[in-house]
Design a protein around this ligand. Structure first.
Ligand SMILES: [Mn+2]
Length: 331
């Protein structure tokens, strides 16, 4: 595909390449960033990954994850990277503000050529090259397509493949969402052929618990899960004091919202977590129920039809009240 070839040409002629992704990086942001990073390396070029903040422990075991420059740890270096870049990749996000309010102004003002590779709906118009494939499961899959369709499949190796496998796996709930297509499995087969240890990735992401993490999850499920009467909606919430009680670490509550969604008959699940005076919200849904519009219009967020997130600066009780008051309007 011409677009992918143009991207590889842009990489080859760039001097300072920066790879960015959205704030609170997930498996796909870290996976696509590192997969692209090692692909660029295979072209004898160098890149620097710069994110707003670090990923959770279940993600940062991947080779190279500790070398990701973050604004939270190195603000000056991060700003310098954006100012000096002549090529910036925008991976796994669709508008500039998604990199977080600290980095966004530097991304917007950067003189660099910008390339967006993403699978979220409604991409904003701030990039020079746009790869927006909303029916593809993950940005990591699109990085594989970039490598393959630019004629560089022979470059794929374990270093590139492992983070891409991580990104595809985490963005598809382990390959089971409707967004997984035959092509996804063809790609996974290619990744295994080049030496990716799929069992290792699964174990590191899903079978690496601390006692605190397990007990926190058990507590939320047994004490903080509420089924909303009259609608097929489940709500979970946890406040700062409770998080501290279980020595909360980033990632400890990941996926809990899916547990709520798994209850028989439930079509919409919302998870509210209070931290640093804000309430972060995750929404999941299935069937005819979509959560992205509600997240976008009321909680400064967005995402996909069945998986979205948002934020509230109101106290927890007010935030949940607001969500409940919106239910008749949206569902
Ligand atoms: Mn993604």
């Amino acid at each position: 595909m011409e677009k992918y070839k143009a991207i590889v040409e842009a990489i080859k002629s760039a001097k300072n390449i920066v790879i960015s992704s959205h704030k609170s990086p997930d498996g796909d942001s870290i996976g696509s960033s590192l997969g692209l990073f090692y692909f660029i390396e295979s072209l004898d070029k160098k890149a620097t990954i710069c994110h707003a903040d670090k990923g959770s422990l279940s993600l940062t075991w991947v080779l190279g994850a500790h070398d990701i420059v973050t604004f939270e740890d190195q603000p000056e270096k991060s700003i310098e990277l954006f100012e000096q870049a002549d090529l910036i990749f925008c991976l796994d996000y669709n508008s500039a503000d998604r990199v977080g309010q600290d980095l966004a102004p530097f991304l917007i003002e950067a003189r660099a050529k910008k390339i967006m590779i993403d699978h979220h709906m409604h991409p904003a118009d701030f990039c020079d090259i746009l790869v927006s494939e909303t029916n593809v499961c993950s940005t990591s899959q699109l990085i594989f397509e970039l490598i393959d369709k630019s004629g560089n499949l022979d470059k794929i190796n374990e270093k590139i493949g492992t983070p891409l496998y991580l990104g595809i796996m985490t963005d598809t709930g382990s390959f089971r969402y409707p967004s997984v297509h035959a092509r996804t499995h063809e790609i996974l087969a290619e990744l295994l052929k080049c030496g990716v240890k799929h069992y290792d990735v699964h174990e590191k992401v899903f079978d690496t618990n601390t006692m605190d993490r397990l007990q926190l999850r058990g507590y939320v499920i047994s004490e903080k899960l509420e089924i909303y009467q009259d609608y097929p909606i489940a709500i979970m919430s946890i406040n700062e004091e409770e998080l501290n009680r279980f020595n909360f670490k980033k990632g400890d509550t990941d996926g809990l919202v899916n547990v709520a969604l798994s209850i028989e008959g439930i079509k919409i699940a919302a998870f509210f977590a209070e931290k640093d005076g804000q309430v972060k919200i995750s929404f999941r849904s299935k069937g005819d129920y979509f959560v992205n519009v509600l997240a976008m219009e009321n909680f400064e967020g967005g995402g996909h039809k069945y998986a979205a997130g948002g934020i509230s600066f109101q106290p927890m009780d007010k935030t949940i009240e607001l969500f409940k008051s919106l239910i008749p309007k949206y569902f």
